[in-house]
Design a protein around this ligand. Structure first.
Ligand code: C2E
Ligand code: CA
Ligand code: CA
Length: 607
């Protein structure tokens, strides 16, 4: 507005000096004119809620209109000059303000414009937008500047709030990944200039999903808040904490003297997270996997640095969680390998490189075949890739769903063929991954396939791990009940490695417990000590009390078999009886002469 209202006035002080001279009258008229224009201007500004100012760049004298005084809460003529005004300008805005004035005085800008904060009388800062224009002499030298100010505090506050919201996480109040990437970028620029190091820590809570699933999302949110609070409270001065999303946090350590310091710091965070969190009446226990990457060793840009920290975190998670890993070039190789594995696995499905092997399960007492587990095999034309390597990849990329469908269809077809050849055979168990329960209905799919083949549901068994039960999102428990109601037995795999409690098991549609191989392995130790004997004994006793059938996995030796027999384990599975075999071999060995008792226990157990 001031830009359109040019005041060709003479500075106020100059007027006094020339009063009385011949030119004084003229000047006086001009001054009157200026004052009246200024007053009119003030009134216009008042109506527009703007404030008027007038400044002499030579004498530094400053006059401000009443509206500006009102905005800032000062009395009239509180400011003598520029220096007084500058003292009121927010220190962070002073440089920008000075440069905007200087640029305009030099004629580099068409008009002067600056948004800055000014200290008001009440001690708060007000945001003002100032716009002005220089009045110049014949040589272009500015001898006066006039302009207006608008109080934009509300807009800026609102804008700041919006910016804050865009850059912070609502749940924890921590800066978010957006702010992280900006600050990391700036930190890297500075670190490059100063040849400094910095570190990125990627923190991921272990099994956080279980907390959400078993205790509810509110409890999950609360835990995240508590973790954020605790970490923030103890954060060293050179660290900044961000929430990446979900149960992931990031710490930027800037600067850092060497990589070992990053590990030490990560260790402190890890311990803080493992200490119990009190939430209402309950104690929460959690742990974290932490990945570390260092600038400039691991990467020269923020994006790669974060990705490397993430990769290292995955390695920590793969090591069982509650662990810290620093990024190494080898990890990149593994990531690349995983990606190529995914591509190859997609092809494997199309090119029928997958096959089911069958491992017999026999009655502990009689040695008679009572079932078999179907286990997936992948031969990519060159070598056999173990399921432990490719199933986790398939689960992560979602390929487990089509692969799992293939397993179901293949198992049903195989059972059908065998039934045609050998009559009724014991049930064949298939493994189901948590992810398979995410889609509408894996249970429906299984039952349809059985029905289409004309098979009874007792022909098939399903093996799941505890992670399926904890993954309530897919309605997995309902689906399992559906299967159970249809007559399909459900076995809980790898029992003992997870968290299942007795009461929990009771509520689930489980018919069989498979004791994990690791316990069977330690059952009978060479030195004659008890090993896992008491544990296996307890598991078997518990299973009996719940009327569950018990299968021992990974039975490799005669002493293990004997011990399991004594302990009352129902079924054995393991290399002692047979390794998993291709379908034809399995049939030849276990289905053709099935009527004969004990064919499977060739060593002839004596009990
Ligand atoms: P799992 O379900 O616990 O399967 C048992 C594993 O133990 C099999 O390994 C089997 O070959 C091995 N094993 C059996 N007896 C012995 C023994 O006496 N000693 C030793 N050392 N090992 C024994 P495999 O076939 O390599 O499968 C590994 C895992 O891959 C399976 O563990 C299962 O979690 C997964 N898997 C295999 N097939 C499938 C499938 O079709 N679908 C899904 N979702 N997972 C599968
Ligand atoms: Ca299994
Ligand atoms: Ca198992």
């Amino acid at each position: 507005m001031a830009g359109t209202l040019l005041v060709p006035g003479i500075p106020f002080i100059a007027l006094l000096l020339i009063a009385g001279s011949a030119a004084a009258w003229l000047a006086y008229v001009e001054w009157r004119e200026f004052r009246s224009i200024s007053r009119a201007y003030d009134m216009a500004m008042l109506a527009a809620h703007d404030g008027f100012w007038e400044w002499d760049p030579v004498t530094k004298a400053l006059h401000v209109g009443t509206r500006l005084l009102e905005i800032l809460g000062y009395d009239e003529d509180f400011l003598a000059d520029t220096d007084g005004w500058l003292k009121l300008v927010h220190p962070d805005d002073r440089a920008a303000y000075n440069s905007a004035v200087a640029e305009h005085l030099k004629g580099k800008t068409v008009f002067f414009y600056c948004e800055y904060r000014v200290l008001a009388k009440d001690g708060t800062y007000r945001w003002i937008a100032s716009r002005g224009l220089a009045v110049r002499d014949r040589h272009g030298k500015a001898y006066q500047m006039v302009g207006s100010v608008t109080d934009i505090t509300e807009r800026r506050t609102h804008q700041e709030e919006m910016e804050f919201l865009a850059q912070h996480d609502v749940l924890t109040g921590l800066p978010n990944r957006l702010l992280f990437s900006q600050q990391l970028h700036n930190a890297i620029v500075k670190a490059k200039e100063r040849s400094c190091k910095l570190a990125v820590l990627f923190i991921d809570l272990d099994r956080f999903k279980n907390i959400n699933d078993t205790l509810g999302h509110r409890a999950g949110d609360q835990l995240l808040q508590l973790v954020a609070l605790r970490l923030k409270q103890e954060m060293p001065a050179n660290c900044c904490l961000y929430r990446q999303g979900g149960d992931e946090f990031i710490v930027l350590i800037n600067p850092i003297s060497d990589a070992n310091v990053a590990v030490d710091t990560a260790l402190i965070f890890k311990e803080q997270i493992t200490a119990p969190f009190l939430c209402g009446e309950t104690d929460f226990f959690t742990s974290a996997s932490i990945g570390i990457s260092i600038f400039p060793e691991d990467a020269g840009d923020g994006e790669t640095l974060l990705r490397h920290a993430d990769t290292a975190m995955y390695e920590a998670k793969a090591a069982g969680g509650n662990a810290i890993r620093s990024h190494t070039p080898l990890m990149n190789q593994r990531v690349t390998f995983r990606m190529s594995l995914e591509t190859r696995l997609r092809r494997a499905l199309q090119e029928q490189q997958l096959e089911l092997y069958f491992q017999p399960q026999v009655d502990t007492q009689t040695g008679q075949l009572v079932g078999a587990e179907a286990l997936l095999r992948w031969h990519d034309g060159e070598s056999q890739i173990p399921p432990d390597h490719f199933i986790p990849v398939a689960e992560e990329c979602g390929l487990i769903v089509p692969i799992g469908d293939w397993v179901i269809e293949q198992a049903v077809t195989q059972i059908n063929t065998w039934r045609e050849q050998f009559g009724e055979i014991p049930p064949i168990a298939i493994n189901l991954s948590p992810r398979q329960f995410w889609r509408p209905s894996v249970s429906q799919f299984i039952l349809e396939k059985l029905q289409a083949a004309g098979l009874p549901s007792s022909a098939l068994e399903v093996e799941i791990t505890e992670s399926v039960l904890l993954d309530a999102e897919g309605g997995s428990i309902e689906q399992l009940r559906h299967l159970r109601a249809a007559g399909i037995t459900i076995a809980l795999d790898d029992f003992g490695t997870g968290y299942s409690s007795l009461s929990y098991l009771q509520r689930l549609p489980i018919g069989t417990l498979k004791i994990d191989r690791s316990f069977i392995n330690d059952l009978v130790l060479d030195d004659g000590s008890a090993g896992s004997d008491p544990l296996v004994r307890a598991i078997i006793a518990m299973a009996k009390s719940l009327s569950l059938r018990v299968v021992a996995e990974g039975v490799e030796t005669v002493p293990q078999h004997r011990r399991l027999k004594t302990l009352g384990c129902d079924v054995l599975q393991g290399y002692l009886i047979s390794r998993p075999l291709p379908a034809a071999e399995f049939a030849a060995k276990f289905l053709v002469h099935r009527s004969k008792v004990n064919t499977s226990l060739e060593y002839g157990p004596q009990g």
